[in-house]
Write a protein of this length. Sequence first.
Length: 247
Amino acid sequence: MDELINQAADDLAGARHVVALTGAGISVESGIAPFRGKGGLWEKYDPMEVAHIDAFMRDPGRVWSLLVKDMKVTLDTASPNDGHKGLAKLEEMGILSTVITQNIDGLHQAAGNTDVIEFHGSFARQRCMDCNQKYDTREVDISEIPPRCRCGGILRPDAVFFGEMIPQDAMWRSQQAASDCDLMLVVGTSAVVQPAALMPVYAKQSGAKIIEINPEKTPLTLDISDYLIMGQAGEVMNRIIMQMENK
Ligand code: NAD
Ligand code: ZN
């Protein structure tokens, strides 16, 4: 691994415009379970089913009890780990410009990144399905499930469920960032959820170098990534930053 850490430090230092694409894996070390991979929610339920808009519309209470309630409890107190902090440090060093994240946990902003595209929306707010009123998630009372708006409507996360469209602005800005970068760091994503997984493909097509950080191989590893640094996001990011600071 040492050689690849070295290589990544050199590639980052030499890049003109770096963009990161992150997935649930970067938040694992903050205590948030991913969907796929070891310890993922997939081992308990089929997220495609539980986190699908059709399942939510059919039975919002069930989706709140199985998925959303636990997520609220975890996210209300989660904090950034060394993976998020490493990306914030890269921005501070003037190397990284934009983070495209599939996560809805707000941890990149909490770590200090200032240009974060929330590809799948955010869990920080809940919105009423009847009147569209928004609420800060931490202030939502979950003693009754599903929680309700003052108007009586059911609240839902202001995030994208499977089966829903990507917000147009996030889609457009991500495509732009992917096509403009000369290096993309792909951290902690299984790269199977579309269209997010297309962003490294757009970057590659525009001539960018692709570096993956993940303890497991993904569908990008063979054809799209230049190399995969196999490991946990926090540890790998720490080592890359340390290497860059020592040069
Ligand atoms: P995923 O759950 O499909 O895949 C997680 C990936 O992270 C796997 O490839 C796994 O090998 C890797 N991983 C596990 N531990 C890691 C670590 N310590 N460091 C680096 N990588 C690690 O995640 P996805 O690709 O983001 O797709 C799932 C969808 O679910 C996303 O759209 C996301 O919005 C949503 N989701 C978000 C959160 C969150 O906000 N934190 C959590 C669960 C799911
Ligand atoms: Zn309402």
